[in-house]
Design a protein around this ligand. Structure first.
Ligand SMILES: [Zn+2]
Length: 600
């Protein structure tokens, strides 16, 4: 076939002048979906404006921060059909990796394109023109791929879709350069939200901000989706445990203007959606740039009660210093950026009502779960924190300070009755060989801090779980030997138990515990003055990862000594290993297939 006549024929078919939504409803089918078999503007109506943005020649960019499960994939597939049939031009669609891109194309996009009647004549007949990384139509190329720099450096395109772009913010500028400032270039950025500071903050601010609001059925005023307007009774039993059944029954939305109550039913949530529109915030913005946010609160097929349960569980963990649940809820469900500082209580280090001198004989404290000694190793001395962990996850400092010799360490450990295995020595520096020998001598545990975000390990049921420390492992001490036996007169080579741990997220938890203070996390009236100084020694700063070139927030020293801060971080880590603090990284339920349900 002659591509020129093909293209010309395609050109003739571009005469459609009506509403893009009419065209999509007429032509787009979702054969892979058991739920919605055809495009329907009423199913996930917040995407309609994005479709109009794309068809609007004055719109240059749309950035959608959308919660998981908002029907994004379906919208992107429909938009791709429209692009190929009605707005042809070289197009690039990027997802996280080449593999996820190839899978999306094979399982979702190809069936939708093949089912779209107006595309039938345009689909390449030559099988070599349909590849993992693109479909080469006679009239345009549709390129697909993962977020990597080779995909960011090819020839110019007219349309750019960047999906889940919070994960590759470092490449966004490079990808956008591929539009080469075309007058008709268009970029669609879709993402859950992200941790600030982040490059996407600038993309967001560049756009005219639209909020998906509903008009209150009672007072007729516009209502923004604000999480505080979801109300519920904090139902708990006499043991202080959640009574989820009671709580779920009480969930409702309350109008901030007139207090009108909307119950948490599919019909009521859907009725609000039918009264919803995108309302501009009227902010200063770059002409043709639009920013839109979709909160799970507005997605009528997501029950508010499910969100409330997730929120309550995340807050329980937050009270023990673990912010991951709240962070995920904000970024994945509310689709709002996360800022650690904004979530943390104001810093005010205040000693609790106890004196450590009264507890130096090693007798147990009421409700004690475990006591832990954490040792930071320097060239010719050590820094030590001994902390008592209570059964409810609260903890009290028992001893903190500088120690000169190994014998003194042993004396403190035995006097305060810290078990050998719960005496943790930092092996994350250049003296690790010597550290293993010292651990071997007394049966202590070695800890090695790493820059990892998390470790994936097998949980008790064999499933992979993410947490902040590795599976336990053993290393042979360089010279350490066990006591001699008749069979081994020299003793055996001693094995030392060790864990790797992710120091940044553990320090996030520590920072939150520190800022929360008493009664959750306590230090005594008579703590050494250097203790408070060390506890203020690190700040979170944006740094560029040398390996991945990505910007990330890392805890960095401010110039003040930080050794006791490091010891306290090892304390938090050990409390997680012992099961006293929650250790699994909570994640919002990720729908495997992000599609809109059948319209009711
Ligand atoms: Zn109202």
């Amino acid at each position: 076939m002659n591509p020129l006549t093909d293209g010309a024929r395609a050109g003739i078919r571009l005469a459609y002048a009506g509403d893009a939504l009419d065209w999509l409803e007429q032509h787009v089918r979702f054969p892979h979906s058991s739920r919605s078999t055809h495009f329907d503007r009423h199913t996930a109506p917040w995407w309609n404006a994005v479709i109009h943005d794309f068809a609007d020649p004055t719109c240059r960019q749309t950035f959608v921060q959308a919660c998981t499960g908002a029907g994004k994939s379906t919208a992107l597939e429909a938009l791709t059909c429209w692009a190929v049939a009605q707005q042809p031009g070289p197009m690039l669609s990027i997802t996280q990796t080449d593999a996820t891109s190839a899978e999306w194309m094979a399982t979702r996009l190809m069936p939708v394109l093949n089912a779209c009647e107006p595309l039938r004549e345009l689909m390449p007949t030559n099988r070599h023109h349909v590849k993992k990384d693109g479909i080469y139509f006679a009239h345009m190329a549709l390129m697909l791929g993962g977020a990597n720099s080779s995909n960011a450096q090819e020839k110019s395109v007219q349309t750019l879709f960047l999906d889940e772009c919070w994960q590759y913010s470092d490449l966004i500028t490079q990808f956008k350069k591929r539009l080469h400032d075309r007058w008709n270039g268009y970029a669609l950025l879709t993402s859950q939200s992200y941790e600030e500071p982040h490059q996407l903050t600038e993309e967001w601010r560049a756009g005219e901000e639209f909020v998906w609001c509903h008009k209150c059925p009672a007072c007729e005023q516009w209502v923004k989706p604000e999480w505080v307007n979801i109300k519920y009774e904090e139902a708990k039993n006499e043991r202080g445990e959640w009574n989820w059944g009671e709580l779920v029954k009480s969930v409702r939305h309350e109008c901030p203007h007139c207090q009108h109550q909307t119950p948490d039913t599919m019909a009521a949530r859907r009725a609000l959606t039918q009264r919803s529109e995108w309302i501009s915030e009227g902010n200063d913005h770059v002409s043709g740039y639009r920013s839109r946010r979709v909160s799970a609160q507005s997605v009528y097929w997501i029950r508010w009660s499910d969100l409330v349960i997730q929120w309550c569980q995340a807050n329980d963990a937050k009270h023990l210093g673990v912010m991951q649940g709240i962070k995920d809820f904000r970024m994945q469900r509310l689709a709002q950026p996360w800022q650690l500082e904004a979530e943390m209580p104001a810093l005010e280090l205040e000693a609790a009502e106890y004196f450590v001198n009264e507890w130096q004989d090693g007798r147990p404290m009421p409700d004690e779960a475990a006591r832990v000694m954490a040792i930071d190793v320097q060239q010719d001395h050590y820094w030590v924190v001994v902390r008592v962990w209570l059964k409810n996850g609260h903890s009290r400092l028992l001893w903190a300070g500088k120690v000169l010799t190994l014998d003194q360490l042993r004396e403190i450990q035995t006097r305060l009755k810290v078990p050998d295995k719960r005496t943790m020595m930092d092996a994350g520096n250049s003296f690790h060989g010597a550290v293993y020998d010292r651990c071997a001598k007394y049966g202590w545990t070695a800890l090695i801090g790493r820059a990892e975000d998390h470790f994936t390990v097998r949980g008790p049921d064999g499933k992979a779980v993410k947490r902040y420390y590795s599976a336990p492992d053993q290393v042979v001490a360089p010279t350490g030997r066990t006591a001699p036996t008749p069979q081994f007169p020299q003793g055996k080579r001693a094995q030392v138990l060790f864990f790797y741990w992710a120091s940044d997220p553990i320090k996030d938890i520590l920072a939150n515990l520190r800022n929360t203070g008493s009664p959750v996390w306590e230090f005594p009236q008579d703590a050494a003055p250097e203790y408070v100084r060390h506890m203020n020694s690190e700040r979170k700063r944006a740094t560029v990862d040398k390996r991945t070139k990505r910007t990330r927030l890392r805890w960095t020293q401010t110039g003040r000594p930080n050794h006791l801060w490091d010891c306290e971080a090892m304390q938090v880590l050990t409390a997680q290993i012992l099961g006293i603090l929650p250790d699994m990284i909570q994640e919002a339920p990720q729908e495997t297939v992000d599609e809109a349900p059948a319209s009711a």
